[in-house]
Design a protein around this ligand. Sequence first.
Ligand SMILES: [Zn+2]
Length: 130
Amino acid sequence: MVQRVLSAIRARYGITVFFMYLGAFGIAFVGTFTLPLLAIGMVLASIFMLVPAVVLGDAIGALSRAANRTYLRKGVCPRCRAQQGPAFEPPVYRCAFCSAAFEADGDPSDAADTAVREPGLVSASPNAGR
Ligand SMILES: [Zn+2]
């Protein structure tokens, strides 16, 4: 539960902060004509709020990675909670069911699936290819 909440917050954190800054820009733009002191105060606040916003994003990322690692250690996919087989191992933990990929530190991985798999037994029947 905690892992899913952290993962959802982490996936939307950047765009949420962006739109909060965009909304603050709209307020400051109107404030330029009505209350110039408000606009000046908001410009200064935006500069000083950038560091806490980045630190909060890093903290959410660290908590999310830690929550993912507990599932990876148990051999369970953090996204779909399916128990994995022996192929679920570093450097990229890739789920056999939902194909979600995670790095060893718990970060979601964007690496392409390069696993080599044996072809199926489709062509093993006597009349295959005829
Ligand atoms: Zn999965």
